[in-house]
Design a protein around this ligand. Structure first.
Ligand SMILES: Cc1cc2nc3c(=O)[nH]c(=O)nc-3n(C[C@H](O)[C@H](O)[C@H](O)COP(=O)(O)OP(=O)(O)OC[C@H]3O[C@@H](n4cnc5c(N)ncnc54)[C@H](O)[C@@H]3O)c2cc1C
Length: 413
């Protein structure tokens, strides 16, 4: 089979890239070893983080590092056995999180975030699923004064420097916004610009359906089969079909470096694993929008109330250890009337992270026709469509809609 481009990985990033290329008249094959959007792009919190101009930092205060080092927290845990391999990327993450280095990172990152919502809306409109993007924002509710103060300070900065809108809520305001949320919250920031999706996989699948309506082809197969074929690339689908293309795009989330390292590019990619479980509601209880507490997220989904956890530092493929869910569940039950868990075992996914908190978007160094798009960390569901547009513009030789140089792969050479 011959194509202009083969896109490897059908998470939100790869799906959006394939769709944008197909819309530009390229013939595109999208390949995944599973069905589309079954990994991180399946089980996330469904928030399109229009407010997310400040990427998540590594803690800098000694007290905070010691708190997490105890490995008994809800928001962050780690596998001790993973620490030796994680040490280098985490040290670099910590280094980049220092204020002097973090401020320019934020200035690089903010334009990408600023484009996220409009780009999602355009694709969802064409896919016929615009109503899935609910303009309800989300709440960050805090029960500790210092955390609330920091959130309010961040919100004010986001507003002043990046035009992000928010509302500060006191406990009465929280009750008015979410009548069933009855926790020890001192206040909340309502990030009003962000949108909530109550079935993130369904939104991604609607983009896949549009891609296929436009003539795009989805195949299952192992991206590990990627090889040079003359001036272009070749991969082999699960049914043995060889696919040849002038361009190949690696959008394999946390697994991206396994393929790119074979072609001389080994970025310091590391994973933050997360879990979710759905719960029945008790009686008529509901949440209108996602709520992030000090240590986990609760999101109303089609499947029930989704509780998603924070970061677990562990190898991507190590067996699941959902201790954070076990710790979070009783806390959630303390302030929201929820019933039984719906699934017998939790879902697990991996956020693909890079130490400088920015994704890699661009041409692979020294490999003509090879393109890279991964490392979107906590915001990959948010940033799929704008990433797709940028890669499609680059491959098509068009000017990019925003300056993509901060995301160039060469920075990790
Ligand atoms: C608990 C949790 C909550 C989150 N909440 C949010 C949120 O609210 N908002 C937000 O914006 N982001 C959120 N994120 C982050 C977001 O989900 C990820 O950044 C995003 O899904 C990454 O997309 P991706 O396409 O890069 O990777 P993935 O979705 O992981 O896709 C990678 C694809 O590559 C395929 N693949 C891997 N290896 C191979 C191979 N060898 N051959 C073929 N295919 C292969 C996989 O099967 C997979 O389909 C959350 C993440 C987690 C874990």
């Amino acid at each position: 089979m011959q194509a202009d481009v083969v896109v490897l990985g059908a998470g939100m990033i790869g799906v959006s890239i394939a769709l944008h290329l197909q819309k530009r008249g390229k013939s595109v094959v999208l390949m995944d070893r599973r069905q589309p959007a079954e990994e991180a792009s399946y089980g996330n919190g469904g928030v399109v983080h229009r407010e997310g101009v400040f990427p998540y930092t590594f803690p800098r205060e000694v007290s905070e590092i010691l708190r997490v080092a105890g490995n008994r927290e809800v928001d962050a845990v780690y596998h001790s056995s993973a620490l030796p391999s994680l040490m280098r990327p985490l040290l670099s993450y910590w280094w980049h999180s220092a204020p002097a280095r973090y401020d320019p990172i934020t200035r690089d990152y903010a334009p990408l975030i600023a484009a996220c919502l409009e780009e999602h809306k355009k694709l969802a409109e064409e896919a016929g699923t615009a109503d899935m993007l609910r303009p309800v924002g989300y709440l960050r509710a805090h029960s500790k004064q210092h955390a609330l103060d920091a959130e309010l300070e961040k919100a004010e900065k986001a507003k002043r420097y990046f035009g992000v809108n928010y509302a500060a809520l006191d406990p009465a305001g929280i009750r008015q916004a979410e009548p069933h949320l009855n926790g020890p919250f001192l206040g909340a920031v309502h990030w009003v610009d962000s949108h909530a999706v109550n079935d993130p996989q369904a939104l991604a699948l609607s983009y896949v359906a549009l891609f296929q309506r436009l003539g795009g082809v989805f195949v299952t197969g192992d991206a590990g089969s990627l090889a040079r074929q003359g001036a272009g690339w070749r991969v082999t689908a699960a049914d043995g079909t060889a696919i040849e293309a002038e361009h190949a795009v690696v959008a394999l989330g946390i697994w991206s470096d396994r393929v790119t390292s074979r072609f001389g590019y080994a970025p310091p990619l590391f994973g933050k694993r997360g879990y979710h479980l759905h719960y029945h509601w008790q009686g008529n209880a509901f949440l209108t929008r996602p709520v992030v507490t000090d240590s986990f997220l609760l999101a109303p989904m089609r499947a029930g109330l989704r509780l998603t956890t924070g970061a677990e530092f562990a190898p991507a493929d190590a067996p699941p250890t959902p201790v954070q869910l076990r710790r979070a569940e009783p806390i959630a039950r303390g302030f929201l009337p929820i019933g039984e868990a719906i699934e017998p075992t939790p879902w697990m996914g991996v956020r693909p992270c890079l130490p400088d908190m920015k994704p890699v978007i661009g041409a692979a160094p020294g490999q003509k026709g090879l393109w890279l798009a991964f490392g979107h960390a906590h915001h990959g569901f948010t940033l799929g469509p704008i990433t797709g547009r940028l890669i499609a513009e680059m491959i098509s030789g068009e000017p990019t809609c925003l300056d993509a140089t901060p995301f160039r792969p060469e920075r990790f050479r």
